[in-house]
Design a protein around this ligand. Structure first.
Ligand SMILES: [Zn+2]
Length: 487
């Protein structure tokens, strides 16, 4: 969870009339419901929400690097007149995404996983391609803004899952899914654009393999744009390799750059994985050093920390506990705002209380939902909520379950709320993240041995091999650079 209050990304553009426009990439006429002006407005409107949600990764030299390369590529793209913005956001997830109007974002997670400038440039070209070919604009037109409730897969009760999705609605825009044809076209544009600014585009194909390995390892945790709609990564790998070779031959076989060492020097010291300052769980307790709060996670419950909120789900998939910040200047205002946002109706009068010194308001409320098939109103979920005030910050801790299960789960919901307290342990407050460290090898050996020599434990060898884009048995020369992670 981030310290900032998260805004809902305002992607719901009102589409009033359709028009015909020439696609900048294909040159063909097509029906587009969003004008360029509307695209730019969408991007400008979403950008503060995206940056508020993740925060910008604070490293001026890296922000400068991606802006320089981005502007250079934008200038040779099919839509050079747009005003582009390129940003690295503070998220460990491996992803890059574009928002209409020329806004392109990279996570620090993906930046840590590139192994040279050419890989970065290929992905940059792919994302710029979504903008120039107006994929996002068309995507908006189709209005397929699939919601990704991150805990959704483990929640069995559809009503509870629906509540979780509603509470997560700000995530929508970031997980825009493009069709397979759009992805293919963006790959082509990625090859073209990155080659044009002097990079070896075949490196992009190698990065697909990093993504495949990462996804195989972490399951759905990593949801990169690149893999979302490609059931066959092998195919895509081969296609990009071929396109890169064709481009070279058609353009007089120029010498193209990879720039491995320069890139690795750029990311030396970069934060790797979860940053504990944004919250972490240890021995069934959630700690948030920036917010200076802590509370227990019920035994055996799964949990997920996102920039917007911290969610916990019981193993049976019947109950959810959500902590998020709430808008408003007082307990009452916050309670009303949350009730409005989630369509809650009070089942009992709210009760003022104090939780370990914090003023609080406890309430029980129901959310009436519509049956997806019949459209009729049905009893949805019952919520045991606590609004907790810490100075100017207001939190909502919401326990959610079906009305029939409420008596079973209510004591657990209360137990968590009552144990909410100030975090004061220095060893939790000062917990440091891991960082990427670039080391120069003294001897030639295989990667596995090189990693072990540099202090990587056995159980993290495969993870480090993926991070380095290599196999563990691959030979690495004396004098070459590799990535390890450490504090
Ligand atoms: Zn894409």
């Amino acid at each position: 969870m981030k310290t900032r209050l998260t805004l809902t990304v305002g992607a719901a553009a009102v589409l009033l009339f359709s028009r015909c426009a020439v696609n900048p990439v294909t040159g063909k006429k097509e029906v587009i419901l969003v004008s360029e002006g509307q695209e730019v407005a969408m991007g400008a409107q979403s950008d503060p929400a995206v940056t508020a949600q993740f925060g910008l990764y604070s490293d001026p030299k890296m922000q400068k690097f991606i802006d320089e390369k981005g502007q250079k590529m934008a200038a040779i793209s099919h839509r050079s007149s747009l005003k582009y913005q390129f940003k690295v956001v503070d998220s460990p997830v491996i992803n890059a995404f574009a928002v209409p109007g020329g806004y392109v974002y990279f996570t620090r997670g993906i930046m840590a996983h590139f192994n040279n400038e050419a890989q970065f440039a290929g992905v940059l070209g792919h994302e710029i391609g979504h903008v120039t070919a107006r994929h996002s604009a068309r995507q908006q037109t189709k209005a397929i803004l699939g919601q990704v409730g991150l805990m959704g897969a483990m929640i069995l009760s559809p009503q509870v899952a629906q509540f979780g999705d509603q509470a997560m609605q700000g995530m929508q825009l970031l997980f825009l899914k493009f069709g397979r044809d759009d992805e293919r076209q963006s790959d082509e544009l990625g090859v073209q654009y990155s080659s044009k600014i002097g990079y070896d585009a075949s490196q992009m194909a190698d990065f697909f393999q990093t993504l495949s390995r990462e996804q195989a390892k972490s399951g759905k945790e990593a949801i990169p744009d690149f893999l979302s709609t490609h059931p066959n990564p092998e195919d895509r790998y081969n296609t990009v390799k071929q396109l890169a070779e064709q481009w070279k031959q058609a353009n007089g076989n120029p010498k193209l750059a990879v720039n491995r060492d320069q890139y690795l020097r750029l990311i030396d010291g970069m934060v790797y994985g979860e940053d504990p300052k944004q919250g972490f769980v240890e021995n069934s307790v959630f700690y948030h050093p920036e917010l200076k709060i802590r509370f227990p996670v019920p035994t055996g419950w799964k949990h997920q920390n996102t920039p917007q909120q911290f969610q916990m789900a019981d193993p049976a998939g019947k109950a959810l506990l959500i902590l998020m910040t709430a808008p408003g200047a007082s307990l009452d205002e916050a309670a009303q705002a949350i009730a409005k946002q989630l369509s809650l109706q009070a089942a009992e009068a709210p009760r003022r209380t104090t939780i370990n010194g914090f003023p609080a308001l406890a309430f029980v409320a129901d959310q009436v939902q519509q049956d997806q098939q019949t459209g009729q109103q049905v009893a949805g979920v019952r919520v045991l909520g606590h609004i907790i005030q810490d100075g100017k910050t207001l939190y909502a801790l919401l326990g959610v379950t079906a009305p029939a299960d409420f008596p079973t789960y209510a004591p657990q919901f209360s137990g968590v709320a009552e144990a909410f307290q100030r975090l004061s342990e220095p060893n939790k407050l000062n917990r440091q993240p891991e960082r990427v460290r670039i080391v120069k090898l003294k001897l030639r050996s295989n990667l596995s041995k090189a990693l072990t020599t540099n202090g990587v434990p056995e159980k993290r060898l495969e993870e480090m091999a993926i991070l380095n884009g290599m196999q563990l048995n691959e030979q690495v020369n004396a004098g070459s650079l590799i990535k390890v992670v450490g504090k």
